[in-house]
Design a protein around this ligand. Structure first.
Ligand SMILES: Nc1ncnc2c1ncn2[C@@H]1O[C@H](COP(=O)(O)OP(=O)(O)OP(=O)(O)O)[C@@H](O)[C@H]1O
Ligand SMILES: [Mg+2]
Length: 330
């Protein structure tokens, strides 16, 4: 589905609203009140569709000062974030380029979300590990201030070692699952010999104990997967530092398409793809390739300022104007 309209009419807003309805949160901001129209008291986003053979109606409402509510087929959910475990929507926006060119934390957060989508049962692991590190850090500071003995740190070191090793294993598994599709999609888009390399080792209790002196001094845990990184490379060049703008974009697109394929393989249901402004910086040949790939990947909503940017006719063409969306003759 292609959404067209001039700059500023609300195409990105529409994709954002679709994401809010499908996943329970905005891809742009964690501050829910920011999705509400200026001057309004609340916002509502609702979508209907099918997940495999099952019909779904999703609705998310945000009221200023009251927080967020979500419904699935008319039944209220405990938390809007639960939608994420039921429906997958993957989003490409130009600000997601941070995954490729941003700091390691951006990649850790990205790949940890992928991990959760591939293995929903393990989705809480990154947060659980984060809590263990925070607890160990708090214990380090208490011990450094002589408010407790060093033995109070040990249980948290054990927990950091156990959960940290599990997290590294899950991340490696996630990268291994992505790698073949990532390489294939990148190659197709003309970005050769790409790889995903994990940088970091599983923490051990011995390692943490050996770091204790330094950690006490600094009040933080100095090893573990909260400091690791994933290197995205093409022809052995780290794309973060050496990729061109276009190459970084292609890598992110290939990553997203690889994630979509892997989710479809694992769950039997392709995710909803929300692609904002993907066509504008691609040359015509790559647009053609992307259009063909997206067509076979389940449902996709693609925005552009001009319908001619998509080389093949979309299944549905929508014209976006401020406050309205109209179906146009494709
Ligand atoms: N919370 C809000 N309430 C009301 N208007 C908003 C809000 N947030 C953003 N806007 C406005 O909505 C308008 C449409 O923005 P949007 O980013 O969706 O346009 P677009 O069609 O994607 O444009 P472009 O082609 O330039 O990407 C902008 O003028 C923006 O200032
Ligand atoms: Mg936009």
């Amino acid at each position: 589905m292609l959404l067209v309209g001039p700059n500023g009419v609300g195409k990105t807003n529409l994709l954002e609203a679709t994401h809010v309805a499908a996943q329970g949160f905005s891809p742009r901001t964690r501050t829910d009140s920011q999705v509400v129209r200026f001057g309004a008291d609340g916002a509502r986003a609702a979508i209907a569709g099918r997940r495999g053979e099952v019909r779904l109606e999703l609705e998310v409402t945000v009221r200023r000062g009251e927080g967020k509510r979500a419904q699935l087929n008319g039944a209220p959910l405990r938390a809007a974030e639960q939608l994420r475990t039921m429906v997958s929507a993957l989003v490409f926006t130009p600000d997601r380029l941070g995954v490729v060119k941003g700091p390691p934390a951006a990649r850790r957060a990205y790949f940890d979300r992928v991990l959760g989508r591939f293995s929903p049962a393990r989705a809480p692991l990154p947060a659980e590990y984060g809590v263990a590190v925070a607890q160990r850090n708090a214990a380090l500071r208490r011990a450094a201030a002589n408010l407790s003995g060093r033995d109070a740190i040990e249980p948290w070191s054990e927990r950091v070692a156990t959960l940290g090793a599990e997290l590294v294993a899950e991340r490696l598994e996630t990268l291994a699952l992505l790698q073949p599709s990532f390489a294939a999609r990148a190659d197709e888009l003309g970005l050769g010999e790409v790889s995903l390399r994990y940088e970091g080792d599983p923490p051990t209790l011995e390692g943490l104990d050996a770091a204790l002196g330094r950690d006490l001094e600094r009040g933080v845990t100095s090893l573990g997967p909260h400091l690791d990184d994933v290197v995205l490379a093409a022809a052995n060049r780290d794309l973060r530092s050496f990729g061109s703008q276009g190459e970084q974009r292609l890598a992110l697109l290939a990553l997203l398409l690889a994630e979509a394929e892997t989710i479809a393989d694992r769950t039997g249901v392709p995710p909803l793809l929300l692609l904002d402004d993907v066509l504008s910086e691609l040359d015509p040949g790559r647009r053609q390739i992307l259009a063909a790939r997206v067509r076979s990947a389940g449902q996709a909503l693609v925005t552009a300022t001009d319908a001619a940017m998509l080389p093949t006719a979309p299944d549905q063409l929508l014209e976006v104007a401020p406050g309205s969306v109209l179906e146009a003759a494709a």
